[in-house]
Every structure is written in structure tokens, then in C-alpha cells.
Design a protein around this ligand. Structure first.
Ligand SMILES: *Cc1c(COP(=O)(O)O)cnc(C)c1O
Length: 427
């Protein structure tokens, strides 16, 4: 656990990151050597950091009432390697599709440790073996009845809370495609209880993502009364309450320090009913900081009096978060990580290689003024929702995922090839 030489950026990089003779090292591996060996763009993850975050959360949840559990929302980093790490640490896996269910199953996660949510599950998805199924709509109840699915379920509640870092990651407001409004939850529970083989175990809420303030996590205050009234309606105490995920992380030096999922769990459990299982399901906060992306700088255009464009060998295909959410990041050059990024005199914009002006990695970035072709660009805190949202736009193959630990690097996902993509073309 070092962070040596990273200064105020240390908290944004994996805990094992350090600068040695100007080179960035992660997990005992020189980032420059990783780029040479595996190519760029490349997703690099600190495996110990992934494991530690999961273990910390699982340890705290074990101190909760029976049935309490942490789940890893696998959509943040949907790889077999990560599902295995999370499951091995004692977390269940939250899946939102059959594909994610397949990734977790391929990792050997038993069905009872899988939870499936989603606002429009297919019939095939509803038939998948899971420990808990999160029911999201009345149409879904019709489908469950028609299919005769037997399942232990939670009901997804729309708690009427607006929270989250960006409109697109807010899910808890009244105007939402997710969940069932509070005033209809008792009706939903009654209807579900009447289905043969279906047992309502509890309620579920997830109000949004990238929540940084403690005050945003008031979802429990809203959910306790709902839980009581629904229990009365069905004449049975519901013993499980899932408060969702959404814990935020800092992406830039200006962002506030984050509260870890384990700390959040500890705070909630300090004042929690003894007979109610608590479930939390973070994604981002378990993986974001553990991952960085390596890109090679290919072209630098200095447009006098306007700005400098620094183009890298990926972009919106490996990180859509800037175009999609206006996300902000911090950067280093891996081969000269000890040279400070200057607050740009003429603004520096980091862009990708795609055919869109919106293909922006960072609208304004701090980089050494003489950044040039061949420099290895490191983007911090790209461990969540970058690999998982990657695309093949412009028929660009998706990067490899490498896990580093104790000086060893192993490929978790191999680099896609153009042949992989051509294989699907039938014409
Ligand atoms: C995406 C999602 C999560 C995880 O959100 P993070 O912001 O990554 O923690 C948890 N629960 C549900 C229902 C989700 O859709």
C-alpha cells in the first residue's frame, strides 16, 4: 500500500500504485512494460484492491442480522475473474440480465448466491435459477404466473427520492422506469403472495449511482414504513430489506472523499432492527479505483489560440462515460509520472480515434506541456462502467483486461480481434 510519488492523486489510483524512477507501477508491475507486453488500450486492475474491498464489505455484513449480505453489482465490471473474486470474498452477485447471470455462473457462483433484477426481463431470464428475483412490474407478475416460475422474490420499490450524480444514473424518483411506486407495493405483494411457488421475502430499492453525500442515503427512512405496511397487507413480516448500491467514488482531485461500502454498511448496521436482514449491492465503489486504462498517445494537434488536441488509440469505445455523463478524470503519463501535469495554459483536450467530435476522453486535462506521440497515457479510476460499457464503434476491437498482483500480470479478458468481429458477419 504505497501511493508513493502520486501526491494528491494517490487516492484516485489503485492502492498499490507508486512512482519509481518516473514510471508508474501498479501491483508490482511497470505500466510501461504492461503496455509493451499486452498492447494498448489496456484495462489494468489491482487484484488485491478488488479483493480487499469485497472482503471488507463481506466482513461487516457478517456482523448484521441473519441473512444480511453484500452483493456485487456485476454490471460495473462483468468478468468471470471479478465474479470469482467477489464470490470468494463472501459476496453474492447482483445480475441485471441473462448475460451477467451467465458470467457469474461461469465463475462457479452457485444459483442461490445470485440475485436478478431488471425492469424488462425476458421469459428466459425469469426462468434462470437464482436465490432472489427482484420483481419490477405488474406485467412481470403476469409473466411469472403464466410461466409458473417458483421463486423467492423482493419487490423493487420506487421510493420517490431523487439522488445521483447525473440524470441518467438517477433511478429512485417518481418519474422512473424502475420499480413499483410506494402506493402500489402492498397490492404487488398481495398479488405475488397469491402465486403458487412465489414467496415474497422483502423489498428492494436503489435510488441512483455516484451518490457522494451521506444525506443522499436516506432510503432506509422511506423504506421502513413501507416494509411495515406491506407486511401488514400480506399478514406476514417481510424479513429482508435491500437498500441498493450507488456509493460514489472520487474521480478527480476536487471530488470529496468517498465513504466505502463497508463503512456505509457499518453505519447502517449500528442502528438497524435485529430481526431484519440488510442487503447492500454496490458496484462502482468496489471496482472503480482498482482499475486504470492505458492508452498510447498518437497525434498531438496544437491549434494556436484555440486548444491542443491529444488523440489516443481508443476513446469512446473503451470509455463512454465522458460523452454519456460528462464524467471527469485525472491523468498521468506512465513513462514520466513524476512530471507534474500543468494546469493547461492553452486548454488540452484528450480525444479518441473515433469518428465523432463527441469522442472526448477529457474536455480539459492537466498533462505535461510537451506531451507527444508515444507517451503512455494513464486514466485513473476507470475500473467501473468502462469495460462494461465498451463498444465496437468503428469496428474497433475491445481492449484486454489484465489483473496485476505481486509483480505478476494475468489476462482476465483477452483482447478482441477484428476476426472475432468478422465471425458474426453472415453476408
Ligand atoms: C447498477 C445498480 C447497482 C450498482 O450501482 P453502483 O452505482 O455501481 O453501486 C445496484 N443495484 C441496482 C438495482 C442497480 O441497477
Amino acid at each position: 500500500m504505497t501511493g508513493a510519488g502520486l501526491g494528491e492523486l494517490a487516492r484516485l489510483f489503485p492502492p498499490s500504485a507508486e512512482v519509481i524512477d518516473g514510471h508508474l507501477w501498479i501491483g508490482g508491475c511497470d505500466a510501461n512494460e504492461l503496455a509493451g507486453r499486452f498492447g494498448t488500450p489496456l484495462y489494468v486492475y489491482d487484484e488485491d484492491a478488488l479483493r480487499a474491498g469485497c472482503e471488507d464489505l463481506a466482513d461487516v455484513m457478517r456482523t448484521g442480522p441473519p441473512g444480511s449480505r453484500g452483493l456485487f453489482a456485476v454490471k460495473a465490471f462483468p468478468t468471470v475473474a471479478m465474479a470469482r473474486i467477489a464470490s470468494g470474498a463472501g459476496l453474492g452477485i447482483l445480475c441485471s440480465t441473462g448475460g451477467e447471470h451467465a458470467v457469474a455462473s461461469a465463475a462457479g457462483v452457485p444459483a442461490e448466491d445470485l440475485v436478478l433484477h431488471g425492469n424488462n426481463k425476458s421469459e428466459d431470464e425469469l426462468r434462470l435459477p437464482v436465490g432472489r428475483l427482484i420483481v419490477d412490474s405488474f406485467d412481470e407478475m403476469d409473466r411469472l404466473e403464466r410461466l409458473g416460475v417458483a421463486a423467492d422474490v423482493w419487490i423493487r420499490v420506487t421510493p420517490g427520492l431523487e439522488a445521483g450524480g447525473h440524470e441518467f444514473v438517477r433511478t429512485g424518483g417518481v418519474d422512473s422506469k424502475f420499480g413499483i411506486p410506494i402506493r402500489r407495493v402492498a397490492e404487488a405483494a398481495t398479488r405475488l403472495s397469491a402465486l403458487r411457488g412465489v414467496t415474497v421475502r422483502g423489498l428492494h430499492a436503489h435510488i441512483g449511482s455516484q451518490l457522494l453525500g451521506e444525506e443522499e442515503r436516506r432510503v432506509e427512512d422511506v423504506m421502513f414504513p413501507v416494509l411495515r405496511s406491506v407486511s401488514e397487507a400480506v399478514g406476514e413480516r417481510l424479513g429482508e430489506l435491500d437498500l441498493g448500491g450507488g456509493m460514489g467514488v472520487p474521480y478527480t482531485r476536487d471530488d470529496p472523499e468517498a465513504v466505502s461500502p463497508a463503512e456505509t454498511a457499518r453505519r447502517l448496521l449500528a442502528d438497524w432492527p435485529e430481526d431484519l436482514a440488510m442487503i447492500l449491492e454496490p458496484g462502482r465503489a468496489l471496482v472503480a479505483r482498482a482499475g486504470v486504462t492505458l492508452h498510447t498517445v498518437g497525434t498531438v494537434k496544437r491549434i494556436e489560440g484555440v486548444r491542443t488536441y491529444v488523440a489516443v488509440d481508443g476513446g469512446m469505445s473503451d470509455n463512454i462515460r465522458t460523452p454519456l455523463y460528462g464524467a471527469r478524470y485525472e491523468f498521468l503519463l506512465a513513462g514520466r509520472a513524476d512530471e507534474p501535469g500543468n494546469a493547461p495554459l492553452s486548454p488540452v483536450r484528450i480525444v479518441g480515434k473515433h469518428c465523432e467530435s463527441g469522442d472526448i476522453v477529457a474536455s480539459e486535462a492537466r498533462l505535461p506541456g510537451d506531451v507527444h506521440p508515444g507517451d503512455l497515457l494513464v486514466t485513473a479510476a476507470t475500473g467501473a462502467y468502462c469495460y462494461s460499457m465498451a463498444s465496437n464503434y468503428n469496428v474497433v476491437p475491445r481492449p484486454a483486461v489484465v489483473l496485476v498482483r505481486g509483480g505478476e500480470a494475468r489476462v482476465a479478458v483477452r483482447r478482441e480481434t477484428v476476426d472475432d468481429l468478422l465471425r458474426l458477419q453472415e453476408a
